[in-house]
Design a binder for this molecule. Structure first.
Ligand SMILES: Cc1ncc(COP(=O)(O)O)c(C=O)c1O
Length: 168
């Protein structure tokens, strides 16, 4: 087999941040995943909940196509009715009293926002250095604030100084 014919390996082209599992999903169909080596696996994970409707759900595909054809993206510096609609739907689904949405792109950003919100809340109540309780060996993302909140020394090593969550 020549180099051209070798299957492309993601790990040859990406920074080695993730320890990947020995399974390569190539296609999804409803609740099933097809792998490069021909297995059909029941997918109970839902692609980080991105695919929680299943793979290839016709309603989702329609909505994605319609929006991509209409207007792919605009900054949140401008208002968009479609975003308003999505936020209203999320708020309707959330527990009572949670009626505003902060849209982010990743789990780390969501956790960063939660950390910032906790500090803001503390400051607004006159607490000078609000402490944030973090768990040993938790994982909250790869940004500085979320990495610092992990308590897992192994994944923090080399990135010091970390964000401090202790009272000064
Ligand atoms: C519990 C938990 N928090 C936060 C994250 C970070 O999410 P993201 O990779 O979308 O930034 C993850 C990702 O695996 C996670 O499992």
């Amino acid at each position: 087999m020549t180099a051209d014919q070798m299957p492309l390996r993601e790990s040859d082209w990406t920074v080695p941040v993730y320890a990947q599992l020995p399974v390569e999903p190539i296609r999804g169909d409803g609740v099933y995943i097809e792998t490069r080596d021909g297995r059909r696996i029941l997918g109970l994970y839902g692609g980080h909940a991105v695919a929680c409707l299943g793979y290839g759900h016709p309603g989702l595909l329609d909505a994605l196509r319609t929006q991509a054809e209409t207007l792919l993206f605009q900054s949140n510096a401008v208002p968009m009715a479609v975003r308003a609609e999505a936020c209203r739907a999320l708020a309707a689904f959330a527990p009572e009293g949670l009626n505003r949405v902060f849209l982010v792109n990743s789990g780390a950003e969501a956790n960063e926002a939660a950390i910032k919100l906790a500090r803001l809340y503390g400051h607004q109540r006159g607490i000078q250095n609000p402490a944030i309780v973090v768990m040993e060996n938790a994982f909250h993302g790869r940004t500085m604030a979320t990495l610092s909140a992990s308590g897992n020394r192994k994944i923090q090593a080399g990135f010091e100084p970390l964000v401090s969550y202790h009272r000064a």
